[in-house]
Design a protein around this ligand. Structure first.
Ligand code: IMP
Length: 442
């Protein structure tokens, strides 16, 4: 069996830890969308490691990590991340055999970041910004869609690259100078950087689709590592407050170039509550109801963005939104993270429907304006006090109230919770069943 792990909320669900665990079961680990806007946090031997671009399988030594065609790839950020891992002694040498980058992956270049930043700053003046990570993700996907993009393989063809870069820069510079009233970006230093990146990337570049197909044909277990979250999906998320890629499970196939023929289970990751970083509607946000409780959860759960350091907004678990994510992605089981963060809270709320214009609704509205006006309808449950995560070996060991909470979620969504994270460390994980060993139900 192969597994796709995706975030079932607005990102930051604790996917890093879940992916790290499933990565230990797989032989191939694939990033297929997004870029270094992702921040997958892992705690290994009490040290915190944040991965933005490199698949988390890199920490397991013997895994093949693939960066597939659907990713937007920032070469400068990639080499910085590699060097950082080496400085932490997580990697001893540059693992060229272990990391394979698709020749077809589109590049994030410095003008993409600059455009992202200028746009966000400009829009902030009229409060119409999205709150992006400012890593250049949107502008890079825009160039890809408008056939202006530069791909990894293009770095190895200097003459064609020069022409392409001149054409793109002419357009970007017109925007920089005339619309944003700032300085132009020079061609020559950027061109030289591109040539150098090309040479450094050459040993990593490969036909990733071919490698993956061989693995799948030979029934090697593959983990597709989703980034961001279902509600940030370009088509199905809370548009326009979304990222520029498809974060839904289906993107694992388009973003890696393998067909729909191989068996796969989709595991959604959700926190026991909800967070959102960046702007946009958030029905169960608790800030207005109880800023104090939100601050406590932020503190205990260390809810600051792994990529940007921004404070995450905090809210109760929203089952209307989660059901939408489950249906949209064919999620067949869930990993529930951070229930330990809600320890010591007497009353826990869980949203089961919304009130909108005097009606009760059970669906997730498409309109950003409706979504910002809905009032959550809550089921109120007792909290579960404090538990010692090292003593939680089976579901029956969990506090009764937490068992009830889990059952409530499972019944509402009609799917099981198969992994429960009871703390940040690798060992603080309760495994209920293993998707790599599951047969597909026909
Ligand atoms: P972008 O992906 O940088 O364009 O940002 C678009 C929106 O997605 C913003 O609200 C970001 O905060 C959010 N976002 C992007 N990547 C992540 C992530 O990995 N976790 C959580 N939110 C993210």
């Amino acid at each position: 069996m192969n597994v796709i792990v995706i975030g079932a909320q607005w990102g930051d669900e604790g996917k890093g830890k879940v992916i790290d665990f499933y990565g230990s079961q797989a032989e191939y680990i694939v990033r297929y969308q997004g870029g270094n806007n992702a921040g997958h946090t892992l705690v290994v031997n009490d040290s915190k490691i944040v991965l933005h671009m490199i698949p988390s399988g890199i920490l397991h030594g013997d895994k093949i990590c693939l960066i597939a065609n659907g990713v937007v790839f920032d070469p400068s950020a990639f080499f910085k991340e590699l060097e950082h891992l080496q400085s932490l002694k997580v990697l001893s040498a540059v693992p060229q055999e272990q990391i394979r980058i698709s020749e077809r992956a589109h590049l994030i270049l410095p003008y993409h970041q600059r455009l992202d930043q200028l746009r966000e700053n400009q829009a902030a003046k009229t409060h119409t910004n999205i709150g992006t990570t400012q890593k250049g993700i949107g502008p890079a996907y825009e160039d890809k869609a408008s056939r202006y993009g530069i791909r990894c393989i293009d770095l190895l063809e200097p003459e064609a690259l020069a022409l392409q870069l001149q054409r793109v820069l002419a357009e970007k510079n017109s925007l920089f100078q005339h619309y944003f009233q700032t300085v132009a970006m020079e061609f020559e230093p950027l061109y030289q950087d591109c040539l150098q990146w090309g040479e450094r990337l050459r040993p990593f570049m490969a036909d990733v689709r071919e490698i993956l197909l061989e693995a799948l044909k030979h029934q090697k277990p593959v983990l597709f590592e989703g980034a961001q979250g279902a509600l940030l999906d370009l088509d199905h998320g809370t548009y326009p407050f979304v990222t520029a890629s498809h974060t839904s499970a289906a993107a694992a196939f388009t973003g890696s170039g393998v067909g729909l023929k191989y068996p796969v289970q989709v595991v959604g990751v959700t926190k026991a509550y909800t967070t959102r970083v960046g702007l946009g509607p958030f029905p169960t946000e608790m800030e207005q109801e109880s800023a104090e409780l939100a601050a406590q959860i932020r503190q205990v759960g260390e809810e600051w963005g792994a990529t940007t350091g921004r404070a995450r907004r905090i809210g109760w678990l929203d089952l209307v939104a989660l059901k939408y994510a489950v249906d949209m992605n064919g999620i067949s089981s869930l990993a529930l993270t951070k229930s330990d963060v809600l320890q010591n809270i007497d009353i826990i709320k869980i949203c089961t429907s919304y009130r909108l214009h005097g009606n009760t609704i059970y669906h997730f509205p498409a309109s950003a304006s409706d979504l910002s006006q809905v009032e959550p309808v809550y089921e109120v449950m007792s909290g579960w006090g404090v538990y010692e995560s090292s003593l939680m070996h089976t579901l029956a060991d969990l506090p009764h109230e937490l068992q009830n909470y889990i059952k409530f979620i499972e019944q509402f969504l009609g799917i099981p919770i198969i992994l429960l994270s009871t703390g940040p460390g690798r060992e603080e994980t309760l495994i209920i069943s293993n998707p790599f060993q599951e047969e597909l139900a026909h």
